[in-house]
Design a protein around this ligand. Structure first.
Ligand SMILES: *Cc1c(COP(=O)(O)O)cnc(C)c1O
Length: 237
């Protein structure tokens, strides 16, 4: 491979891996005939220690995904003044945590039931804070997985809009071990028929595929920080 390949970037440092992921996003955009700035990289920081957060902020990353409200509060409450910071909730949300989630997050990607829409509308009104929402779709209809079933998405969007909420797009997590392409395509179809522009899809293993199928936001964790819950944490510089 030529030495200019993004794959040759310094993969032993967090900054090097960030550069590599950004280069791959740009390459996938070009291959799909899209502009690289059409796709936002959400760095998934769940379980990461403060040193890793410091390192990725120093490398210029500003958009982050977290899957638990309380854990995210611990990691980000002291850093909320960082200019340009955008926090996105990408994990399931209980209605009794709606107010905490609205207070901390700029975007909630996991609206998946009418009662949660009710709780978020009430919390957003009380906080006087505009809320950006995505609806999580359980594209594989997996019983254990969060997300609204594909056949119920349109009604949930209508309900959310009736409460004055703005739904900007959709999010999905395809079934593990299956080819994600048909799930990404389905998400795109549901978005189009509902007039939605934002598609949060694609993780470390499949973000290039997702970009080819229209992703506007890719959620990448382990490709940046290394595998989670392994004794050998990659060096953070
Ligand atoms: C953890 C997580 C990711 C990141 O997964 P990686 O495979 O580590 O990139 C993306 N989306 C959601 C919803 C997650 O919980």
């Amino acid at each position: 491979m030529a030495s200019s390949s993004p794959d040759q970037a310094n993969a032993s440092s967090l900054a090097g891996r960030l550069e590599m992921v950004r280069a791959r996003i740009a390459r996938a955009c070009r291959a799909a005939g899209r502009a690289p700035d059409e796709v936002v990289l959400t760095a998934v920081t769940k379980t990461q220690p403060p040193e890793a957060i410091d390192a990725i902020l120093a490398a210029g990353q500003r958009v982050f995904g977290e899957n638990r409200v309380q854990e995210a509060q611990g990691r980000w409450k002291g850093r909320c003044a960082i200019p340009g910071l955008e926090l996105r909730l990408i994990g399931p949300l209980q209605t009794n945590k709606a107010a905490d989630a609205v207070a901390l997050f700029d975007v909630i990607e996991t609206l998946d039931r009418p009662r949660l829409a009710d709780a978020l509308a009430a919390a957003a009104a009380k906080a006087g804070k505009p809320l950006q929402l995505l609806v999580q779709v359980n594209t594989g209809a997996e019983p254990q997985k969060a997300g609204v079933l594909p056949e119920d998405v349109d009604a949930l969007i209508v309900h959310a809009r009736s409460l004055g909420l703005t739904v900007e797009g959709l999010m999905c997590i395809p079934p593990a071990g299956a080819a994600p392409d048909s799930h990404f395509a389905l998400l795109g179809e549901i978005a189009r028929r509902n007039g939605l522009k934002v598609l949060s899809m694609g993780m470390s293993g499949d973000y290039e595929t997702a970009i080819g199928l229209g992703a506007t936001h890719v959620r990448v964790g382990s490709a940046l920080f290394g595998e989670r819950n392994t004794p050998q944490t990659p060096s953070m510089d």
